[in-house]
Design a protein around this ligand. Structure first.
Ligand code: GLN
Length: 192
């Protein structure tokens, strides 16, 4: 399986290593032509304004929209912001997922935190159920899901931190920064 990581800014290398470790062929995507032949694309965490502006400069906005209408895309943190349809402020967005997002919803960098999440979609029959240890770094919150989007995981207080809409996946946290590869395996299933 050939997958891409959007390599404009952010922690794409960590995603690349994790997907390669699971047996995928992984390419770094910077230009529209790099999307050719891919089954799925990861948009990493970083700074969503920077990723959006660079995507505009590199002529990537429309090609990414087109790609996401047919293939799997997973946005982590800044990538989830970039995938969303609305964040109540002006910056380039793909507007592919019916989710609204609040940037920096948990406060500043110093308010970053880790939490054990219940993610039912990751539990496989016959495997022991265990929580997913999630790293939130100046993380966004998925305020609401609508249309075809559904919540995959919430914090104990009910706030949404992971969502899926068909082959589109958004997580406000960073599975590429832990050793737990279940989200990456889940995304590879969506990319098939
Ligand atoms: N705070 C960043 C933003 O708003 C996201 C942080 C991250 O990707 N870890 O774009």
């Amino acid at each position: 399986m050939k997958l891409g990581v959007l390599a404009l800014q952010g922690d794409f290398i960590e995603h690349q290593h994790m997907l390669a470790g699971l047996g995928a062929e992984v390419v770094q995507v910077r230009l529209p032509a790099h999307l050719e032949g891919l089954s799925g694309l990861v948009i990493p965490g970083g700074e969503s304004t920077t990723i959006g502006k660079l995507a505009e400069d590199f002529g990537m906005i429309e090609p990414l929209r087109h790609f996401g209408q047919q293939h799997a895309i997973w946005g982590t943190c800044a990538g989830a912001i970039f995938l969303s349809k609305d964040i109540h402020r002006q910056q380039p967005l793909l507007r592919l997922m019916d989710i609204t997002v609040e940037r920096n919803a948990f406060g500043r960098q110093i308010d970053s935190f880790e939490a054990d999440l219940d993610v039912p979609a990751l539990n496989h029959q016959g495997e022991e159920e265990r929580p997913f240890h999630a790293v939130f770094i100046r993380a966004p919150l998925i305020e609401s899901v609508s249309g075809g989007a559904q919540a995959l995981s919430c914090l104990p207080d009910g706030r949404i931190v992971a969502a899926r809409q068909g082959r589109l996946l958004a997580t406000s946290f960073h599975p590429e920064l832990t050793a737990d590869d279940r989200f990456h395996r889940y995304f590879m299933e969506l990319s098939k």
